[in-house]
Ligand binder design. Structure first.
Ligand SMILES: Nc1ncnc2c1ncn2[C@@H]1O[C@H](COP(=O)(O)OP(=O)(O)OP(=O)(O)O)[C@@H](O)[C@H]1O
Length: 646
């Protein structure tokens, strides 16, 4: 392992010095210790560290979290070291995309493992960046040399650009000089179809008068300061610009990546928007930097380019193809055509061919297992087994022997040698469902498998090398589990190399119709029932329902309704009614509640609906449309406890 140059940003001298000794003992070079953000910036300039160990609370009024944004800009990877595991702080720190988080006090071993993991994750990210670099410039040159209408060429350029820098909406504008601009807007309508807008067309699409638009547009370009706007940052960005607010409301955009570039004497700003709430990461901002010359070329051609023809025949652009996603809404047996699901398909396509560990996050019944199966099927390991283990279904005492196997006589009752699931999966993949339920002792062993790529059977003293790709899933908020000490932070970082967030069904109701037809088809074949359709009313009632049980609930409901149907069509659906107890206060016994009581009840109800999930997609903060930090402080203030909402 290459031992790199590390800068320690820590205000407690003793801690910093201990760190320095530990690092140097292991062969790292410590190039400085900074107690504050300004000092850190000075040392970064003079010493050019490869890595930074970053404390959160420092001397002066700037915190490590403030510095993190600048580190991302400078492309310097960092790991937090902090005594604070308060969930709000963890969340803010996580939003800065660190490569690791070490909780004080820690042992020397923990530090080394964390550095090792961080380097591994960093190398993985680099690999993706390099893998996806595909002669973008050549593709663009080919497109713009065609004898076609400019708008069509822009759409094709949008398509090839989207394959390396995904977006659902792209806004390119000249921000310097600020005289009349010829802005460019490209919308991704579905997987491989793009649409361009002129400013006037966009105004009429958004129902904005062109006078308002002009007023907005002159101060619309946000003073970005940083490239990535996810979650709370995106909500702030929307507030800064009426234009961004109107556009993101209309096109349901939830995150953005901003990049600026100079072309001759002019400065252009490109804003990539996505429907997914946490779409953009450092990989994308790095990518926008590396593709600068292609982006410049695209701007030059599309803003100043000539319209060569009006006779248009859209052609597939050669070699770079965006993820192969069927427009009909079936991606390797995963049914759905919503934008949120398309983002998931893209991520699957990107990660499947590799050995990277994948963490699938989503509520129960959203299809996590199906996603795991698809990743395996699309990987080079497809001909080898995919072994599934539900960590929640195993009794504590059996979990380790189930996963790692045991020798004969390893414990009372172990009458035979047992081959564990990891060994069974050798050469293939293992899917660990409900990973959040894995007991701490088994977590240590799993970490070892990830690091050393070897297992040891219980009661045996021989280790065995194995080659297994690990896919995990959980419906729990793993950061919360980490904050509360139930899940190891180092394991969390190791598993969370490539997270895929699966949206809940209520977030993508446009998928209900295709799913219903899929299940009608499935069960009419299976049960030889001639029920093949659904009435418009019945479908509308399904679309109005909230789906706490997601696709599994929908599937069961369709199967049941088919059995009850009289003719060839489902006309009635027996949807569960909402619990009336929640509304018990309405009626004769009505008692006026204070605003605080109302707020408390409402938050509890939403938290229950979200299975206790506070932040992220499908979390209570999103449903309530407030920042998760605000929700957390309300939860504290109103005395809402986790047990109340379980
Ligand atoms: N997009 C989809 N298209 C078709 N069927 C789906 C889709 N998503 C889920 N299903 C079906 O819904 C059911 C539940 O899916 P799955 O078991 O993958 O969910 P899960 O998220 O793993 O649930 P849990 O967290 O409870 O284990 C399965 O029968 C699966 O085949």
């Amino acid at each position: 392992m290459i031992k790199e140059k590390i800068l320690i940003v820590e205000d407690e001298f003793i801690v910093a010095n201990d760190l320095r000794i530990m690092l140097e003992k292991s062969g790292y070079k410590v190039c400085g210790i900074a107690p504050s953000v300004p000092k850190a910036l000075e040392l970064i300039k003079t010493k050019a560290p490869n890595w930074i160990l970053l404390d959160i609370f420092l001397q002066g009024d700037k915190t490590g979290i403030d510095l993190a944004g600048q580190l991302t800009e400078m492309d310097i990877p960092f790991i937090y070291i902090s005594a604070n595991t308060n969930q709000g702080i963890l969340e803010a720190a996580k939003a800065t995309l660190p490569y690791g988080f070490l909780v004080k006090p820690f042992r020397e071993k923990d530090l080394m493992v964390m550095l090792d993991i961080a380097q591994y994750r960093h190398a993985q990210k680099q690999k993706y960046t390099n893998n996806t670099e595909p002669g973008l410039q050549q593709q663009l040159e080919h497109i713009f040399s065609k004898n076609e209408a400019l708008a069509e060429k822009i759409k094709q350029a949008g398509s090839v650009l989207n394959a390396v820098l995904p977006f659902d909406f792209l806004w390119i504008s000249r921000i310097q000089p600020k005289t009349s601009t010829r802005d460019l807007y490209i919308q991704r309508v579905n997987s491989n179809s793009f649409r361009t807008y002129t400013a006037d067309q966009l105004c009429s699409e958004l129902l904005v008068s062109s006078r308002d638009f002009k007023v907005w547009n002159t101060n619309a370009t946000p003073n970005a300061g940083k490239p990535i706007f996810n979650g709370y940052d995106f909500r702030k960005l929307r507030m800064e610009s009426n234009w961004i607010k109107a556009t993101s409301d209309h096109f349901k955009l939830e995150s953005a990546l901003i990049t600026e570039l100079k072309l001759n004497d002019e400065t252009f700003q490109l804003i990539f928007f996505s429907h997914a709430p946490e779409m953009y990461t450092r990989v994308h901002s790095d990518m926008s930097g590396r593709f600068e010359s292609s982006l410049k070329f695209m701007i030059e051609q599309s803003i100043y380019g000539k319209d060569l023809s009006t006779a248009v025949q859209i052609q597939e652009s050669p070699s770079i193809q965006p993820a192969k996603i069927a427009v009909l809404g079936d991606f390797n047996g995963i049914i759905g055509n919503s934008r949120l699901l398309h983002t998931v398909f893209e991520k699957i396509t990107l990660v499947a061919p590799d050995d990277t560990s994948v963490l699938i996050l989503g509520e129960s019944g959203t299809g996590k297992e199906k996603i795991a199966l698809t990743i395996h099927k699309l990987s080079p390991r497809a001909s080898k087994p995919l072994i599934t283990v539900n960590c929640a279904a195993l009794p504590l005492s059996l979990i380790e022997s189930e996963l790692f196997g045991h020798e004969k006589g390893a414990f009372t009752g172990a009458n035979e040698k047992r081959i564990g699931k990891f060994e069974q999966a050798d050469g293939g993949s293992i899917f660990l469902d409900e990973i959040g339920e894995l007991p701490l002792e088994a977590q240590v062993k799993l970490l070892r498998v990830l690091q050393e790529k070897e297992i040891e059977r219980l009661g045996g003293n021989l280790t065995k090398k194995i080659n297994v790709r690990i896919i995990t899933a959980t419906n729990r908020n793993l950061e919360k589990e980490v904050a509360e000490g139930r899940f190891r932070l180092d394991l969390y970082y190791r598993l969370n190399v490539f997270p895929i967030e699966l949206p809940a069904l209520r977030q993508r109701k446009e998928d209900i119709e295709v799913l219903v037809h899929h299940f009608l088809d499935k069960y009419s074949k299976k049960n030889s029932r001639a029920v093949t359709g659904i009435s418009a009313e019945a479908l509308a009632s399904l679309q109005a329902y909230d789906w706490p049980g997601n696709i599994r609930e929908l599937e069961h409901l369709i199967e049941r309704s088919m059995l009850m149907a009289n003719g060839t069509e489902i006309t009635e659906i027996d949807l569960p009614t909402p619990s009336t107890s929640a509304f018990a206060e309405v009626g004769d016994n009505f008692k006026a509640k204070t605003m605080e009581e109302m707020e408390r009840d409402h938050i509890m109800r939403v938290l229950k609906m979200c299975n206790g999930k506070v932040y992220g997609p499908g979390g209570a903060a999103e449903v309530l449309n407030i920042p998760s930090t605000t929700l957390n402080s309300k939860i504290k203030k109103l005395g809402i406890r986790y047990e109340f909402v379980k």
